[in-house]
Design a protein around this ligand. Sequence first.
Ligand code: HEC
Ligand code: HEC
Length: 277
Amino acid sequence: MIRRGQRAGTSVVALLIVTCCICLPVTAAEDDRYPGWSDSPIPDGPVGEAIASGWRILAHTQENAPAYAGNALNCTSCHLNGGRTPWAAPWVGVWGVFPEYRSRNAKVNALQDRINDCFRRSLNGRPLPFESREMIGILAYMQWLSREVPTGKNVPGRGFLRIKSEQPPDQARGAQVYARKCTLCHGDAGQGSFAASGEIIYPPLWGPKSFNIGAGMARLNTAAAFVKANMPFGQGGSLSDQEAFDVAAFFTRQPRPDFAGKLEDWPKGGKPDDARY
Ligand code: HEC
Ligand code: HEC
């Protein structure tokens, strides 16, 4: 748990694992302009308290927003290092790029809508009321990370890398990549691992405690791009693009919760080829 004046730090797991140099196309000069990328002390005062409460929800979602989280993941299981990792859909800069039109619901979405999308899909849970204490805390944290990023500017490393596979992705080859490079942490049945307290050590990749079929991570291209840049944890960039696609074809297609709202997605078309439904 963090207190005011302390740092919104990396997860315990992240601290335990040696992080290698990741050679991805984000220039240090551009990075340095935005203080949100680095670990800095949360300010004092009521806004600082809201920022800290937002961080607690994002990094320990079950414990701090149990009414809304439907699985075992934390928001930071994918938005790595508290949303400060380029090419892991960082939250640095998100404050100034919403509202944004999204073809998935064919509407202009507020940042609150986008946050709730991940609650409903990635966390297989329920949306937060816009005016709730939890939502205000999350917004305060994201605004704080986005300080000094100009309004409307996409930061370098927003979203995910774009990668292409040379051959069609192959689930059987992906199962082999999984066995060699992923089982160690995520388990041979994708179940992840948990401390006796219930706290995640390694998050589940499929099964009832993982993200549902409506989540961005259930899409082949998104999952491949996330894995290429960030996995195995601490060794981002070490898999070939083909290995990243093959392993993504394998784990995205494993059994996971259904998403009841799927029939309402892409009401005006634009459904991507790699959607699970
Ligand atoms: C299983 C992985 C996963 C988890 C867990 C997750 N997200 Fe996401 N999130 C994504 C993906 C993937 C995207 C991008 C989706 C896309 O490109 O359509 C995203 C996008 C976002 C964005 C928009 C980023 C941008 O640049 O537009 C926000 C904000 C966000 N998530 C908030 C959250 C919150 C809050 C939680 C916890 C309730 C959460 N996410 C949990 C995978 C995840
Ligand atoms: C050394 C341990 C380790 C290895 C090996 C590893 N991961 Fe991860 N993975 C993690 C950790 C830790 C997180 C969550 C990071 C956090 O919470 O800060 C994670 C998160 C993820 C996520 C997003 C969260 C979720 O549950 O969906 C995906 C997807 C993922 N890993 C896929 C893979 C794949 C595919 C491989 C093999 C190529 C792999 N990982 C290898 C430790 C590992």
